[in-house]
Write a protein of this length. Structure first.
Length: 283
């Protein structure tokens, strides 16, 4: 087991009343680990302070959490690719994230940076999701629409068109995020929202039955509230991941786990990163 400096864990206990619909017969606890805005950071981002971020250390952290919590879901909020077209780098990111075995990943604006052809290729390897794509059965976007229903949790994925101010939508038929679920008394509703924190707050006001909104694209880091809904952002370059815990009879608990340099890089991911750097040097 990896040793983390416990003092560096920012543990935020959210003390608000638990809506009765979240208290049911589903087995608890349930865990979601949330990453977002990795921005193709393969390894140490060189960021100030103790945060290293980067996929090689995130993999180590996630594996450690999986050893502790067997029911854990791993979810990304989008912008895992670079914000610039760099095909070799972005292919390496896809190779690494395939090995991390995500349960679901939002499609953000940066996932369009290499065009819709690259998006289609990624979709064959990664569990990409965005519910608010206008499509019919049989159309290629249809595969992105289903929510993630797993381990007694329901996760819905929305991407806001305002996120596409730098990278164009490229014909992606995106509609406005709209709550589209039926009440289920025993399953907390989680939304993975790609857009600004302000847009996510606005969405929360239209969907007060949502327990937690995991926000990608917005590069702030923190835990916020809108009504009874908790909103979570995790910064940038993988500087932190969020661990969200649902327990019967308790409010959701959010821990922001900093990805610090004392976490050793995962050896398998490290080899992929080194291979990428060697390919650059060989040119
Ligand atoms: Zn984005």
């Amino acid at each position: 087991m990896i040793r983390f400096p416990l003092t560096s864990l920012l543990i935020i206990l959210l003390n608000f009343a638990v809506p009765p619909q979240y208290l049911g017969a589903v087995d608890y606890p349930r865990m979601v680990v949330f990453t977002a805005n990795i921005n193709a950071a393969l390894d140490d981002c060189g960021c100030s302070g103790s945060a290293a971020g980067g996929l090689d250390r995130i993999k180590t952290l996630v594996d450690s959490l999986r050893q502790q919590y067997s029911q854990l879901l791993l979810v990304d909020g989008g912008d895992f690719l670079s914000s610039y077209s760099q095909p070799a780098l972005n292919h390496t990111v896809v190779d690494i994230m395939t090995r991390m075995a995500y349960d679901a990943m939002a499609v953000g604006d940066q996932e369009l940076v290499e065009g819709t052809g690259f998006l289609d290729t990624m979709a064959r390897r990664l569990p990409l999701r965005v519910a608010n794509l206008k499509s019919k059965a049989g159309e290629r976007w249809q595969q992105f629409k289903p929510p993630l229903l797993k381990n007694g949790l329901r996760l819905f994925f929305f991407t806001h068109r305002e996120a596409f101010d730098f990278i164009p939508l490229n014909g992606l038929p995106l509609t406005d995020p709209t709550p589209q679920w039926n009440p289920a008394p025993t399953m907390p509703i989680i939304v993975v929202f790609h857009g600004s924190l302000e847009a996510a707050r606005k969405f929360a006001r239209t969907a007060p039955d949502v327990s937690v909104i995991l926000v990608g694209h917005d590069q702030r880091k923190g835990v916020f509230r809108e009504g009874r809904t908790v909103l979570v952002t995790v910064g940038t370059e993988g500087e932190a991941v969020a661990l969200v815990r649902f327990a019967a009879g308790k409010p959701p608990q959010v821990e922001l786990l900093p990805v610090v340099r004392t976490i050793p890089p995962d050896p398998e991911i490290r080899r992929l990163v080194e291979k990428f750097y060697q390919s650059l040097n060989g040119k």
